[in-house]
Design a protein around this ligand. Structure first.
Ligand SMILES: [Mn+2]
Length: 368
C-alpha cells in the first residue's frame, strides 16, 4: 500500500509537494476543480465545507476543459518533486452539469468528459475520481466539535427541507444568472438511469485510454438531501454501480469515512468485499463518530472505525493502491491543514509498519 496526499488546486506547487514527501508520502491525488473560487464560506487551505445551505463556490469555465499540455505540465512538476501523480479527483460541475441534470447540453458534455479521459490517458494519469450526485457534499455544519476543540464537520440532523436553487449542482454554482426557482425532485431510479448512461458511454473510452473511473459514495450518505435522491448511501449500493459495466475501468474511490457514516451494513465487510474484487482504485481514509444524520468527523486515532482493522483487511486482500488522508480536523496552530494531515499520515505510516512486522513474523506467503 502506498500513502498519498490529496492536494486542492491552489496547493499545486512545489511547497506542497515537498511537504507531502517530508511527511512520508510517495503519491499525490490532485483536485483541478477550485471549490474555493468566489466563496465567502470556504476558507482556502481547508477542506471545502460551505455552509449548511450555501454552496462551496463557483464552478469553472465550461469552455476551458483541462488540456493535455496542462495535465502533462502538472504531472512533470509533481514527478520533479519526487512524487507519483496517482489520480485527478472530481469533475468540474461546469463540464458535466447537464449529465447530472439530464439537460439540453448532455451530449456535448458527454463529449467533454470523454475528451478529458482521453487527455488523461495521453498524460499518463491513471485514475479519474468522480461523485455522481446532484446534491454533492452538502448540508453539513462546521465548528469546534473535534477533540480539544478542533474545527471539524458533521451533520446535526436531516437536511431535506431546502431545495437546491437553479444554477447549482453538486454543491457548486455553475450558472450565476439562472432564473429564480429550484431544481425539481427526481426519482432515485431516474438518477440511476443517468449514471448508467454515463458509465455505458464513458467506460469504453476509459478502457481505451488506460484510465480508471473511480466513484466516491454519497457524502453525507443520506437517502435524499435537499429533495434530491442519492445513489450510494449504504455499503451494498456500491456493488450495483460496479455491476452496471463490469470493467477494470469501472472502479471505486472508496471512502472509509463515508462508509462509516452509513446506517446499514458493516464498514469492515464492505472494505473486504470491494478490495477482494480488486475494484478499489484508491482509498479515502478518515474516522467518524456517529451515523447520519448525526455524526462528526474525528481525528484518525479516535472515532468509531478501527483503522488498524481496515488496513489489515486491505493488506490481506493484497490491496496495493494509494491511501489518502481524506479530511482531518483542523489543528490549532499557524498551519491547521498541514498539522492535521501530518498527524494522519504519521498514524498510517506507523500502522502499516506494524502490519508489515506482523506479516514478517508469520513468514512470507502466510495469511491469517
Ligand atoms: Mn471521501
Amino acid at each position: 500500500m502506498k500513502i498519498g496526499l490529496g492536494l486542492y488546486r491552489h496547493m499545486l506547487s512545489r511547497d506542497y509537494y515537498d511537504f507531502a514527501r517530508q511527511a512520508g508520502c510517495t503519491h499525490t491525488v490532485i483536485h483541478l476543480v477550485d471549490y474555493f473560487r468566489q466563496s465567502s464560506t470556504n476558507p482556502r487551505n481547508n477542506q471545502p465545507t460551505g455552509g449548511k445551505y450555501e454552496p462551496w463556490g463557483v464552478a469553472g469555465d465550461p469552455e476551458s476543459l483541462w488540456t493535455t499540455s496542462e495535465l502533462l505540465k502538472i504531472r512533470r512538476e509533481i514527478e520533479d518533486a519526487g512524487l507519483v501523480l496517482a489520480a485527478i479527483e472530481n469533475i468540474d460541475p461546469a463540464f458535466w452539469y447537464d449529465i447530472l441534470l439530464d439537460g439540453p447540453k448532455r451530449s456535448k458534455q458527454i463529449e467533454n468528459i470523454k475528451n478529458i479521459v482521453r487527455r488523461m490517458g495521453e498524460a499518463a494519469i491513471p485514475v479519474l475520481g468522480y461523485n455522481f450526485s446532484i446534491g454533492g457534499v452538502c448540508g453539513r455544519i462546521s465548528g469546534p466539535l473535534g477533540r480539544g476543540g478542533a474545527i471539524t464537520v458533521g451533520m446535526d440532523g436531516p437536511v431535506d427541507d431546502m431545495p437546491i436553487p437553479n444554477g447549482t449542482v453538486w454543491n457548486m454554482v455553475y450558472d450565476q444568472h439562472a432564473a429564480p426557482g429550484s431544481l425539481p425532485s427526481i426519482t432515485r431510479e431516474e438518477l440511476w438511469r443517468r449514471l448508467e448512461g454515463f458509465l455505458e458511454e464513458l467506460v469504453p473510452v476509459a478502457e481505451q485510454a488506460g484510465v480508471r473511473l473511480a466513484a466516491h459514495p454519497d457524502d453525507p450518505p443520506m437517502p435524499t438531501m435537499r429533495q434530491q435522491p442519492r445513489l450510494v448511501y449504504q455499503p451494498g449500493m456500491y456493488q450495483r454501480l460496479l455491476d452496471i459495466v463490469p470493467s477494470k475501468s469501472n472502479q471505486l474511490e472508496l471512502c472509509v469515512g463515508t462508509l462509516g457514516e452509513m446506517t446499514e451494513g458493516d464498514v469492515y465487510d464492505a472494505v473486504d468485499q470491494y478490495s477482494k474484487q480488486g475494484k478499489i482504485a484508491y482509498i479515502h481514509l478518515r474516522n467518524v463518530v456517529g451515523k447520519v444524520p448525526f455524526y462528526r468527523e474525528t481525528f484518525i486515532d479516535e472515532g468509531d472505525v478501527d483503522m488498524i482493522r481496515i488496513l489489515s483487511i486491505l493488506k490481506n486482500n493484497n490491496f496495493d493502491g494509494v491511501i489518502l488522508p481524506d479530511h482531518t480536523p483542523q489543528m490549532t496552530c499557524s498551519a491547521p491543514w498541514h498539522a492535521g494531515m501530518a498527524h494522519t499520515i504519521g498514524f498510517v505510516e506507523a500502522a502499516l509498519a506494524g502490519l508489515g512486522k506482523q506479516t514478517a513474523a508469520r513468514g512470507v506467503g502466510q495469511h491469517s
